[in-house]
Design a binder for this molecule. Sequence first.
Ligand code: KIV
Ligand code: ZN
Length: 548
Amino acid sequence: MGLKTSEEPDLRNAEDNLISLEHRTEHRTITKQESHTVSEKVYIFDTTLRDAEQTPGAALNFEEKLEIAKHLAKLNVDIIEAGFPVSSPGDFDAVKRIANEVEGPEICGLSRVIEKDITAAWGAIKDASKPRIHTFVGTSPIHRERITRTSPEETLKMAVDAVIYAKSLSDGHADAVVEFSPMDAGRTELSYLYEVVEATIAAGATIVNIPETVGWTVPAEFGQLISNIKANVPNIDEAIISVHCHNDLGLAVANSLEAIERGARQVECTMNGLGERAGNTSLEEIVMAIRTRRDYFGAYHTNINTKEIVPISRRVSRTMGIPVQPNKAIVGANAFAHSSGIHQDGVIKQRDTFEIIDPSDVGWQESQIILSPRSGRNALRHRLHELGYETTPDQLDKIYERFLVVADKKKAVHDADLEAIMRDEVRSIPEAYQIEHIQIVSGTKISPTTTVAVRTEEGVFEEASTGNGPVDAAYKAIDRIVKMPLTLTDYRIRSVTEGKDAIGEVTIKVQDNGRMIVGHGASIDIIVASAKAYIDAINKIVHLRYEG
Ligand code: KIV
Ligand code: ZN
């Protein structure tokens, strides 16, 4: 079966596994025994391609879905809910292609408890090495009365028949599984919910998902619901309990964490917390909560490759056209940005004074120190050092005065502003290499070729190279001359003046021996500006390596 492997012990009954939890005592002290002999796996079921794709305006095309699915596999999610195959021929084809091409995770197709839906779901996923049919029906009174217009008995029968039909289709496949969801479980009468869960497990569902479809319950209530299901459904140990929480009250992650503590071992979630209305449980938050708070959640782990979190978050945001809010936990632009002087000073002295996660663990390059009027001398000195400038205390005092003048006028002081200050205040870095001239041959039907001539103490050297665009070609030509190939980690271009003949300023970041070096270049020709930025970074490295 898809979910369990021989190396992963089935520990669903392992509450007594050394976890001593004094929860919510009078003084609200929470203590857990820190050493856990075993840690149970929490399966990560990603529904970015199904629930998040239902976000208004977020529809993805075929290729985009496939690309995201491949990245979800790199992230190492356990299950990808690839779509709702009956909903459109396009969705069917996308799910089928994902099932055929994406290796690693189980591939799941959603279906209502309707024969044609289940047939379509199976048709789309059957070629996956680990296929899963996920069938659902609303079980709350309001869903029964207003949506399916069925009695409790009829709803129960539809659910059971659907699971039996899904099982019958998938029976020939050794690793196929059926998941059932009583939609709006949070508002379903308890005794009826137990009955539905028991009957669908008896019919063959090996995963029962408890959807908090409208984000109604609060953590203690939702956790209690999971405990109640464990205590009152006689065959519950034949299935894995999953949870699927929506964020209408901002509680989706909290509800999911509470559910894990009460016995859930699968969490349905999405990248960036996208999804219907206020969204779903955010994958990055649930995974990092479990990992970061090992002291508290040490009895559980996920298999997520956390370094892939930021890259896939950006991809999802870009392809769905939904920007990530800057203060979003883990993946927001400000998640590791420090603005107040006290925080900046602390982080420079020791990162974990104000950071509970190492940004590189989730795929960020570094913490960000945002220079503003609130920044102190230490933050300024640190940034200048990163830019390749070393300053004496006297110089720093003078530079800090000028910095404050600029900072008072702007919200944030950028590297280019600092460079401008530094050009005036301190002797600039010696230019071991200077661009002599550049020639570009580019067009729609030819490979871009850039020829660069660079002046050094030994004379002028010229090289030509093709590349993925004229900038790449220019960098390759420079690499041939300088023989110090660099890892480019960031490239940005902005116009510093207005109009068609605007000056373009290029800022690049390169890595050298674990140190980030920033290079700048400005010109009305963006290829020239790009080459100047690269040479600027090289000159800084030469200075730091040999004279710094
Ligand atoms: O929110 C929900 O209830 C769902 C189901 C289809 C699981 O998305
Ligand atoms: Zn949902």
